[in-house]
Design a protein around this ligand. Structure first.
Ligand code: NAP
Length: 287
């Protein structure tokens, strides 16, 4: 454990709950390894106290902070600036203190793209399908468009997120060269076309997550084909029902554990200007 002195700066994580988070461990190890006199703490902040917490953080000159559920949208109104991609994603997960100005960013999309890249999948020029239209799906969708995905199919049920998904698809088409569209999860024949022509399927719904293991977000496992790489945002359990079905269908599969690692690495880079010692963090906390 590093020595805390009169010079030590702090930052951390806000949201609720936060006690399970791996972020304090990964950032404190990285600060120590890089010789940076900073410390990262987790703060359980009720929703109605987000504005007050940001004001106090600003006065105490934090180096920055992460934001988790349920505060990723709400925090935006208390910042000085929000990056264009974070605004399109509709959420901020990382705040950087630039000489007293608090800038909101989103590194979840980077985490998705980097974990896909390290599995050898090239996003640029590809056709992909994303299941879900909530926070994780939006971050991945915007990052995919920024990284040059040619065709992007977003699939959701026609409930809570549908209107937001329509707006997101419109914005991606207007602001990038990516052709995005939206499909109803219950429209099996259209879904079969979209998944059939995709080379990556990303599950960004909570279906199959512990304690509700054993469920797949796909209405029919015959939609899977051997030309598909399947990534699940879920990492608890490490192997989801969707991943099991996908393996049976001959797909390459992986879970969202390294998405978590890479979103943290990018936040570390934004705060410090240095690379996180990713392999050390991976070995210590992600294996
Ligand atoms: P969210 O904002 O609540 O969005 C969930 C999405 O899934 C929504 O589009 C929702 O549709 C849809 N959905 C929920 N239940 C469904 C069901 N039974 N059938 C079909 N669709 C359903 O959640 P999120 O923050 O994006 O998180 C989604 C998953 O990703 C969670 O498992 C989370 O743990 C994981 N995640 C992983 C990472 C990582 O670093 N690996 C990062 C973020 C999230 P409606 O809104 O219309 O209900």
């Amino acid at each position: 454990m590093q020595q805390i002195t009169g010079h030590t700066r702090f930052g951390g994580l806000i949201g609720s709950p936060v006690s399970h988070s791996i972020s304090p461990a990964m950032h404190n190890l990285s600060f120590e390894e890089r010789g940076i006199d900073w410390v990262y703490l987790a703060f359980d902040v009720p929703q109605d106290k987000v504005g007050e917490t940001v004001r106090v953080f600003r006065d105490l000159n934090v180096f920055g902070f992460n934001v988790t559920m349920p505060d990723k949208q709400r925090v935006m109104e208390y910042l000085d600036e929000v990056s264009e991609t974070a605004a399109m994603m509709g959420a901020v997960n990382t705040v950087v203190n630039h000489d007293g100005r608090l800038i909101g960013c989103n590194t979840d999309g980077y985490g998705f793209a980097q974990s896909v890249r390290e599995r050898g999948f090239e996003l640029a020029g590809s056709e992909i399908t994303i299941l879900g239209a909530g926070g994780a799906a939006r971050s991945a969708a915007v990052q995919a468009a920024v990284d040059g995905v040619k065709k992007l199919h977003i699939v959701n049920r026609k409930t809570r997120s549908w209107k937001g998904a329509e707006e997101l698809v419109g914005e991606i088409c207007r602001k990038s060269s990516c052709e995005a569209d939206l499909t109803d999860l219950e429209d099996i024949s259209v879904l079969a076309d979209k998944i059939g022509s995709s080379s990556l399927l990303f599950n960004a719904t909570p279906v199959g997550m512990s304690p509700n293991e054993g469920h797949s977000p796909l209405p029919d496992k015959k939609l899977l084909h051997s030309g598909l790489t399947v990534m699940d945002a879920i990492y608890n359990p490490r192997q989801t029902e969707l991943m099991k079905d996908a393996m049976e269908a001959g797909c390459s599969t992986f879970n969202g554990i390294y998405m978590l690692l890479w979103q943290g690495a990018e936040a570390f880079r934004l705060w410090t200007g240095q690379d996180m010692p990713v392999e050390l963090v991976r070995e210590r906390y992600f294996s």
